[in-house]
Design a protein around this ligand. Structure first.
Ligand code: ADP
Ligand code: MG
Length: 324
C-alpha cells in the first residue's frame, strides 16, 4: 500500500487564556487534545462533531495556520513541523482551505480577480497575464464567467461566493483541500450543487479532501470514512457506511439519532436525544472519558480512566469501554 498523503499523530492545541485576575493561574483551553489519523491520496475523510469540539482548530493546525502545542503532521512524507522554510513554503502550496463563510475568505475590498489571483502572486507564479488566464480557466471550471473578475464579493450570492472561493483554492494545484463546513452557511437548495461541484473537482484534479461538518447527513453521502470528534478527542473512526449502520460509541449514536428524518427542507438539527446536559467546557474537561458526564451507559471506570482509541476490527476504531 502507498503511504498516506497526510499523517497526523497526537496533535494537540492548548490555548492559554487571558487571566481574569492578575494573580490567577492562566487557564488552558484544550481545543484539540491528541488526535491521530491518516488520509490516503484521493480519499475523503469526514470529521463531525458539535460546535466547539475542535474541528476548525484541527483544520487550521493541519494547514499550519496555527502552531500546534504538540504532535506530528506529515504531508507526503515530509514532517511539516520539522522542515526548512523553503520546504514549508512548497508544502503550503499543496494544501488549501475552503471556509464555511465564503465572505470571510474573500476580501470585501478586493475584486474577485484580485482575490483569485492572490495566492499565485504570493507564491510568485506566472506573469500577471498568465495569472489572470488561470483565474478565468478555474472560474469557468466552477461555473462562473470571466465577467466576474472585475466585480466585488458582495455582488454575489453565498453559493456563487463559495464557487469563487473554491476556484481560488485550486489556483495553486493543491493535492489536499480542507473543507471546513463548506456548505453549512448555504441554502439547502444550493448545498447539493456545491457538493456535486466538489465531487467533480475531486475526480478531475485528483484531490484529497478533509471534509469538516456538523451535519452528519452530508458527511454520510460525501465521505468514504468518517471521524467523530468530541471535546478535542476522536471517539470513533471508520468507513462511513459502517459507522452509520453500526455506530459503537454512544456519542456517535446520539449524533446519528439527531439527523433530521427524511424531510429535505428540515433546516435545524434535532437535539441530541438521550443525552444529558450540554457539552462541558474544554477548559476543565471531565476526567476519564470526556463523554461520561452525558453518557447514558456510563460505568464506574469511565470517570477514572480515559478509554484509548482501539481498532475493534476492519479499521473500525472506537474509544469506549463498552467495546473493550
Ligand atoms: N484563538 C483561540 N483562543 C482561545 N480559544 C479558542 C481559539 N480558537 C478556538 N478556541 C476554542 O477552541 C474550542 C474549539 O473551537 P473550534 O475549533 O472553533 O471548534 P468547532 O470548529 O468544532 O466549532 C472552542 O472551545 C473554542 O472556543
Ligand atoms: Mg468550526
Amino acid at each position: 500500500m502507498s503511504p498516506p498523503l497526510l499523517r497526523v499523530r497526537d496533535l494537540e492545541k492548548h490555548f492559554v487564556l487571558a487571566r481574569r485576575r492578575i494573580f490567577d493561574a492562566p487557564e488552558v483551553l484544550r481545543a484539540l487534545d491528541g488526535v491521530s489519523f491518516e488520509l490516503a491520496a484521493g480519499e475523503t475523510l469526514g470529521v463531525v462533531g458539535e460546535s466547539g469540539c475542535g474541528k476548525t482548530t484541527m483544520a487550521r493546525l493541519v494547514l499550519r495556520l496555527l502552531e500546534p502545542t504538540r504532535g506530528e503532521i506529515v504531508l507526503d512524507g515530509t514532517d511539516m513541523l520539522d522542515c526548512s522554510k523553503s520546504e514549508l513554503r512548497r508544502l503550503r502550496r499543496e494544501m488549501q482551505i475552503v471556509f464555511q463563510d465564503p465572505l470571510s475568505s474573500l476580501n470585501p475590498r478586493m475584486t474577485v480577480g484580485v482575490s483569485v489571483t492572490e495566492p499565485m502572486r504570493f507564491h510568485d507564479i506566472g506573469t500577471r497575464t498568465e495569472r489572470v488566464e488561470r483565474a478565468v480557466e478555474l472560474l469557468e471550471v466552477v461555473g462562473m464567467g470571466p465577467e466576474v473578475l472585475e466585480r466585488y464579493p458582495h455582488e454575489f450570492s453565498g453559493g456563487q461566493c463559495q464557487r469563487i472561493s473554491i476556484a481560488r483554492a485550486l489556483t495553486l494545484q493543491p493535492r489536499l483541500v480542507v473543507l471546513d463546513e463548506p456548505v453549512s452557511a448555504l441554502d439547502v437548495s444550493i448545498r447539493a450543487q456545491i457538493l456535486k461541484l466538489l465531487l467533480d473537482l475531486q475526480e478531475r484534479f485528483s484531490l484529497t479532501y478533509l471534509f469538516i461538518s456538523h451535519d452528519l447527513s452530508v458527511v454520510k453521502r460525501f465521505c468514504r470514512r468518517t471521524a467523530v470528534l468530541y471535546l478535542g478527542k476522536l471517539v470513533e473512526l471508520c468507513e462511513s457506511e459502517r459507522l452509520y449502520r453500526e455506530p459503537l460509541h454512544p456519542y456517535t449514536r446520539a449524533l446519528i439519532d439527531a439527523i433530521p428524518s427524511l424531510d429535505p427542507t428540515a433546516r435545524s438539527r434535532g437535539s441530541l436525544r438521550g443525552l444529558e446536559g450540554d457539552v462541558p467546557s474544554a477548559v476543565n474537561p471531565p476526567r476519564g472519558c470526556r463523554f461520561h458526564t452525558r453518557c447514558p451507559h456510563r460505568m464506574a471506570v469511565c470517570s477514572e480512566r480515559e478509554p484509548p482509541l482501539v481498532d475493534v476490527g476492519g479499521g473500525h476504531r472506537v474509544a469506549c469501554f463498552l467495546n473493550q
